[in-house]
Design a binder for this molecule. Sequence first.
Ligand SMILES: Cc1cc2nc3c(=O)[nH]c(=O)nc-3n(C[C@H](O)[C@H](O)[C@H](O)COP(=O)(O)O)c2cc1C
Length: 191
Amino acid sequence: MKVVAFNGSARKDGNTTILVKTVFSELKKEGIRTELVQLAGKKIRGCIACGKCFTNQDKRCAVTGDIANDCIEKMLEADGIILASPTYFADVSAEMKALIDRSGFVAKANQDMFRRKVGASVVAVRRAGAIHTFDTMNHFFFISQMIVPGSSYWNIGIGLAPGDVNSDEEGLSTMQSLGANMAWLLKKIRD
Ligand SMILES: Cc1cc2nc3c(=O)[nH]c(=O)nc-3n(C[C@H](O)[C@H](O)[C@H](O)COP(=O)(O)O)c2cc1C
């Protein structure tokens, strides 16, 4: 089994990465393979609303020249998908929003092709807006007919400078519970 995570931060290996890796360590304990895709520095534009994904129905976005189709392929292969983002103006980063719109529309055009995969959102935040960010990513899972495990709190970690989330004990513990619950759910679905 495999879980792929997408980190929408413009900053590679920052707080969002630390939170995702904390979830990963629990998944790995249960023998689940993991892959982290960091969108930082990579090209991904928003949906152009051409609607070609609905006419082509080939599980791909008709807009090429960026990483959207690579990400969509990784989502299709995986049993579980993590969307992770820092909070930017109380919402996801522009890169994460582009990924949501592009992959989400292709999934809709192809009979909800992520249906019944497991999904989880992870958020890094300095102070405020994390719940809105969390909601934005969860909308992707719920409208895609995916199954979303919970944790002991909303999946947020608090920090500003890279590494700050390591001091957020409760945030890290929330990520550990999320990883354990995600692994449990993936195994139940596989049974
Ligand atoms: C453009 C921008 C907007 C931000 N907006 C918010 C915000 O609305 N609320 C907040 O608490 N932190 C905000 N932050 C702080 C980041 O969410 C915080 O530093 C986070 O830990 C960054 O995660 P990273 O290290 O993975 O990049 C913002 C940072 C940037 C660069």
